[in-house]
Design a protein around this ligand. Structure first.
Ligand SMILES: Cc1cc2nc3c(=O)[nH]c(=O)nc-3n(C[C@H](O)[C@H](O)[C@H](O)COP(=O)(O)OP(=O)(O)OC[C@H]3O[C@@H](n4cnc5c(N)ncnc54)[C@H](O)[C@@H]3O)c2cc1C
Length: 388
């Protein structure tokens, strides 16, 4: 079935990774992106061992490791700077890497075959009869294919067209992000999250002497940029430990990104015949575990493996969603739960949380699964998959 033509809608991290995996599995794959150029948000991200395990399978881990920054541990700190927990990441089979999103996307895109990616293609609708699919773009072009993967993000149009029952839900807090030069007295490879009352502040070393920071603040209504000038953030974090106030001061207000924390509980079935979804389109996570893109990378490998194992695209998509449902549901729920606890603002509850975090061993949060276990979850190595 590798003669089948698979179209991917959306060239975010998920869509491009799926393009690489499907190409390596021997499929004729094309990616259509509505933006006029390949782009990612100006922010950093963490890739945990499951995400880097997928990149290793795709042969891209060395490039990602050399562009990003590996970290040996992730610290949870109090507002005063005390270390409450140290989660070791160095023992996992593949590293934890923090990287600028644009660098990761570039590395993935460079692994695509020539002419695979078409930008300036805004999908208007998808029609299918039997096993054939027709893509209709807003500029009038129609493209036939044998299967479609909707990697069109949290506001996915394909998800709406599929009448998917679940929608993204706002979880009550705002997330701000920025990138700054690493301060002179700051050790490279430092990754941490500091917990306060109704707010958190994270610092990720993303390589090239840069830090990405993120801040979360409770906001019952969806946050609007006009309500959140930089000064308001600076006020909230003014008494937090070094270098938090300095990082905020060093960021240009126009460079600060703002998102509302949202997630989307996955439906048990998210495919319809030769059309499926992946990444944020089918199962967006709140960012508390740093797992949204890692799950999209896992989807990419699982998709390629499942399509190789089945004789029709529809059967491959059904196998893929069946393999992914429990895994992504658990990640969504764990991430939501961590965000709820992390955003507590009641002083007594925060004291209890601090005391418990101090005594909990960091290894409870470490990644103990091996690459072999991950590959078993995702249907094996691409090279080992058998075509039916
Ligand atoms: C604040 C924050 C921090 C995060 N931190 C991390 C982290 O540290 N680690 C991690 O693993 N994850 C993290 N995530 C999650 C991660 O960013 C997402 O899960 C991931 O980027 C989703 O990728 P995607 O390819 O599914 O969707 P997207 O990146 O949203 O890509 C969708 C693409 O589809 C295109 N598109 C949309 N509609 C159409 C159309 N009609 N036609 C053609 N193209 C279309 C869009 O232009 C876009 O390029 C974070 C998320 C947030 C909000």
């Amino acid at each position: 079935m590798s003669d089948k033509r698979i179209a991917i809608i959306g060239a975010g991290i998920g869509g491009v990774a799926a393009g690489v995996a499907l190409h390596q599995a021997g499929f004729d794959v094309r990616i259509f992106e509505k933006a006029g150029e390949l782009r990612e948000a100006g922010a950093g991200m963490s890739l945990w061992p499951n995400g880097t395990g997928v990149l290793q399978q795709l042969g891209l881990l060395p490039a990602v490791a050399s562009r990003g920054q590996g970290g040996a541990q992730f610290l949870v700190r109090s507002q005063a700077g005390d270390i409450l927990m140290a989660i070791r990441t160095a023992e996992a089979e593949t590293p934890t890497i923090c990287i600028h999103r644009a660098h990761l996307l570039r590395i993935l895109a460079d692994a695509l075959p020539p002419r695979c990616l078409s930008v300036g293609h805004d999908l208007a609708s998808v029609h299918f009869t039997g096993t054939k699919v027709d893509l209709q773009f807003t500029h009038g072009e129609r493209i036939p294919c044998d299967g479609v993967v909707g990697a069109d993000g949290i506001h996915s149009q394909i998800r709406i067209d599929l009448a998917y029952p679940n929608k993204p839900v706002y979880r009550g807090y705002a997330i701000f992000r920025g990138i700054v030069d690493t301060p002179a007295n700051f050790s490279p490879g430092h990754n941490s999250e500091t917990w306060g009352e109704g707010s958190r502040f994270g610092i990720l070393s993303i390589g090239s002497n840069k830090l990405c920071w993120y801040a979360t603040v409770n906001s019952p209504a969806r946050p609007l940029r006009t309500d959140w000038p930089k000064e308001r953030l600076q006020q909230i974090f003014s008494k937090w430990h070094h270098p938090i106030p300095e990082l905020l001061a060093a960021t240009e207000p126009s460079d600060i990104m703002l998102n509302g924390a949202c997630d989307q509980y996955p439906a048990r079935a998210w495919s319809n015949g030769p059309i499926t979804l992946m990444g944020d389109a089918s199962h967006a996570l709140t960012p508390n575990l740093g797992q949204g893109a890692c799950m999209a990378l896992e989807d990419a490998l699982a998709l390629a493996n499942c399509l190789r194992q089945k004789t029709s695209v529809s059967e491959g998509f059904r196998l893929y969603e069946a393999k992914r449902f429990a895994r992504v549901r658990n990640a969504i729920l764990r991430s939501r739960w961590l965000g709820e606890i992390g955003q507590w603002e009641n002083r007594a509850l925060v004291k209890v949380r601090t005391a418990v975090t101090r005594i909990l061993p960091g290894r409870l949060f470490e990644c103990h699964s091996t690459s072999a276990q991950l590959m078993a979850l995702l249907g094996g190595h691409l090279q080992e998959s058998t075509e039916a």
